[in-house]
Write a protein that binds this ligand. Structure first.
Ligand SMILES: [Zn+2]
Length: 372
C-alpha cells in the first residue's frame, strides 16, 4: 500500500536514511539536509519540519509547510511538501508543492501516485482555488506527472514551466421515481456516453422483478440506489408506523440488490414533517429544481435551471419517469457544460462524504447543497 505520512518522531530512523540519500538539489527540489548527521536530524531538522508544519519558528519570509514522506509498505520512497499558502515568491516560483522520489524507486509510478495523494491533501489545507507548481524544462518526466494529475502549463520562462491545478468541483446527478422501463435505460445510456455516474432515488413499488435487470445495470455502472419511499405518497399525515413501513420496505428491496443499506431519502414532493424527521434514519435530500416534472418544459429550460443552480457540492434533481424525454435530452446539454466548467460527477454518497456530513451530524433539513 502506498500512503503519505507526515514527518514524525517515531519514524526518525527511516526518515533520516531517506533524507541523507536524496540529492541536495535536483531539478529545483532542494534537500539542504542531505549531508546531516543523525544527531542533527533528530535534534534540529526533524523537529523543525514538525514546527514549520504548525507555523512555528519559521525562517524569515517562509510560510508554514508540511513534509510528507511517501511510504510503500514499510519503506520510504519519496518526499512531498505542501506550502500552506502562497506568498509573492512562491506564487512566482516554486508554488505550493515540491517533491522528490529516491533514485532507485523512479519509473515505477510513485511520483504519480504520491502527487495525486498530495494534491488531494492540499485542497483541505490551502485557501487558494488553484495549486501552483513549477518544473524544470530538463525534467520532462516530472512535467508529465503533473499534467497527468490535472495540471496545465500556465506560463514558462527559459528554465521552467509554471503549472497549475484547478480546484475540483463536485456535483451529483440524481434521478427520482424510477425505475421505469424505457426512460431509465435512456438515462443510463446518456450517463455511459458521457462517462459519468448518477444516483437513483427509487420508489419501492416500481422495483418489480422485470425491472431488476435495469437496477443491476445501475449498480454495475457504479451508480447509487437510494430511497424515495414505497408508494410515493404525501407522508406528512402518516403515522410513525406507516412512515417506517414505507422506508423499511424500500430499503429492504434495495439491500437485496446491493447488499448495502441506502443512506439517503428523498421525501415525495419534498413534503416533510417533524414526524418524518423523527422516524426516518436517513439523510434527507432535495436538489436543484430543473422543473422536469412539468410536462411542457423543454430540454433547454431544464438544462438552464440546472446549470444556473450549479456550484460545488450541489445535488441536481431530475426524474427518470417513463416518457420524460426532455430530461434525457437535457443530459446532453447539462453534462458537457458542467464538465467544461470543471465539475466532476459523483454519487450522492461520495458528495455527502466529501462534505463531511454523516447520519449523526446531518441537519434536520432537506439538502440541496452540501455546504448549506
Ligand atoms: Zn418523486
Amino acid at each position: 500500500m502506498i500512503y503519505l505520512k507526515e514527518a514524525n518522531l517515531e519514524d526518525v530512523q527511516k526518515e533520516y536514511e531517506f533524507i541523507t540519500q536524496l540529492p541536495e538539489d535536483e531539478n529545483g527540489f532542494t534537500n539542504p539536509n542531505c549531508g546531516c548527521s543523525f544527531e542533527e536530524f533528530t535534534e534540529k531538522i526533524l523537529p523543525g519540519y514538525i514546527d514549520h508544519s504548525k507555523g512555528l519558528n519559521l525562517p524569515a519570509g517562509h510560510v508554514p509547510e508540511t513534509q510528507y514522506f511517501l511510504w510503500d509498505e514499510d519503506e520510504i520512497v519519496g518526499l512531498f511538501r505542501i506550502r500552506h499558502h502562497l506568498c509573492e515568491a512562491l506564487a512566482n516560483g516554486a508554488g505550493h508543492i515540491g517533491y522528490g522520489i529516491r533514485k532507485e524507486f523512479r519509473g515505477r509510478g510513485y511520483a504519480n501516485e504520491g502527487l495525486r495523494l498530495t494534491i488531494e491533501k492540499a485542497w483541505s489545507i490551502i485557501p487558494e482555488d488553484e495549486i501552483y507548481m513549477s518544473v524544470h524544462k530538463d525534467n520532462p518526466a516530472s512535467l508529465k506527472t503533473q499534467l497527468k494529475n490535472g495540471a496545465y502549463i500556465h506560463h514558462e520562462d527559459e528554465k521552467e514551466y509554471f503549472t497549475r491545478v484547478k480546484r475540483p468541483k463536485y456535483i451529483a446527478l440524481t434521478f427520482d421515481d424510477g425505475p421505469s422501463d424505457t426512460t431509465t435505460r435512456q438515462v443510463l445510456s446518456k450517463l455511459k456516453k458521457h462517462g459519468v455516474v448518477g444516483s437513483f432515488f427509487l420508489i419501492g413499488q416500481n422495483m418489480t422483478p422485470e425491472r431488476e435487470e435495469i437496477l443491476r445495470e445501475e449498480i454495475a455502472m457504479g451508480c447509487d440506489l437510494q430511497n424515495h419511499s414505497l408508494t410515493h405518497s404525501d407522508m406528512r399525515e402518516m403515522s410513525e408506523e406507516t412512515i417506517k413501513a414505507e422506508i423499511e420496505e424500500t430499503t429492504g428491496r434495495i439491500v437485496s440488490l446491493t447488499g448495502k443499506e441506502p443512506e439517503f431519502f428523498r421525501p415525495p414532493y419534498i413534503y416533510v414533517s417533524d414526524r418524518m424527521f423523527d422516524s426516518i434514519p436517513l439523510i434527507f435530500i432535495c436538489g436543484i429544481a430543473s422543473d422536469d416534472w412539468i410536462p411542457d418544459t423543454d430540454a433547454a429550460h431544464r438544462a438552464r435551471k440546472v446549470i444556473e443552480g450549479a456550484r460545488n457540492g450541489a445535488v441536481v434533481l431530475l426524474h427518470d419517469l417513463e416518457g420524460n424525454d426532455a430530461t434525457v435530452e437535457a443530459l446532453d446539454i447539462i453534462i458537457p457544460e458542467l464538465k467544461k466548467q470543471g465539475y466532476q460527477f459523483v454519487t450522492i454518497t461520495e458528495l455527502v462524504q466529501r462534505a463531511g456530513i454523516t447520519a449523526e451530524n446531518a441537519k434536520r433539513e432537506v439538502y440541496t447543497y452540501t455546504d448549506q
